[in-house]
Design a protein. Sequence first.
Length: 318
Amino acid sequence: MATPKPHVTVQEVGLRDGLQSIAGIMPTDDKKRWIDAEYAAGVRHMEVASFVPARLLPQMADAAEVIAHALRYPDLTVTALVPNLKGAEKALEAGVHRIVAPLSVSAAHSMANVRKTPLDMVAEFGRIADLREAMGKRGKTKLIAGLSTVFGCTLQGDVPLADVRDIVQRVLDIDCDIIALADTTGHATPGQVDRFFSVLRPLAEDKLTVAHFHDTRGMALPNTMIALQHGIFEFDASLAGLGGCPHAPGATGNVATEDLVFMLESLGYHTGIDVEQLLAARAIIRQALPEAALYGSLARAGLPKGYSKPHYETKVAA
């Protein structure tokens, strides 16, 4: 008898990573509809906002309100991105379950994105950890080191594995809860992912649990397959492949959530997510952002004839 495969967590990041890179601003009520639709589809992890100045990123001006809406669901894990100490304070006050700080391994991308060198950003990450402790949030809010441009950078080019290893060791010394490796620009190949995780998983052990793949060159799903082989069971994705990176010219969005869920379920992994409801939720983005480019192979080709979805109990919006 075959051994059941583990649960795989798919975190929806389109509300943050997807929206931050496009010119249009999604109305707050549509963001709430998006959260409701994905929750009804079975998604239980969402990165819904980032705390940055509205003048720099007007798409995130309603972060506190969007987070408050997401927190209405008691079993939904809500994450926010914070680029600095001030953003972390706002996120902790908002009551998110997880905060992720972007630590670019590429010096060029780090300066463009947060105006700090990689080591300066590591120091800021340490201050965020101290703030969490001072606010009594340790054990209540998890701290994620989100390493970006791990596999390459459109500004710098090659990112040496030794540089990635150095940053991983530094954030481990800060005692973060989770390390996520991000292919911010879509440079990663399956062979590279295999090589990097072979080195970094033994170093970080059970703290390296998340992968974040963009699909610029169509490699996000093959890269996911390799990460699964290394014991990674949480992946970020964006509905309709929305997004990119403002400081990574030419990069497209994350792997489409619906495509990722479809592949994982076909392999026998349990996600708890209804892919047909995800496909229907794309209409919210299309209506709210008619000029935005939407991606996804499943939406283009449709579900295969005879498709039989797993039977999951999902809850409707409260």
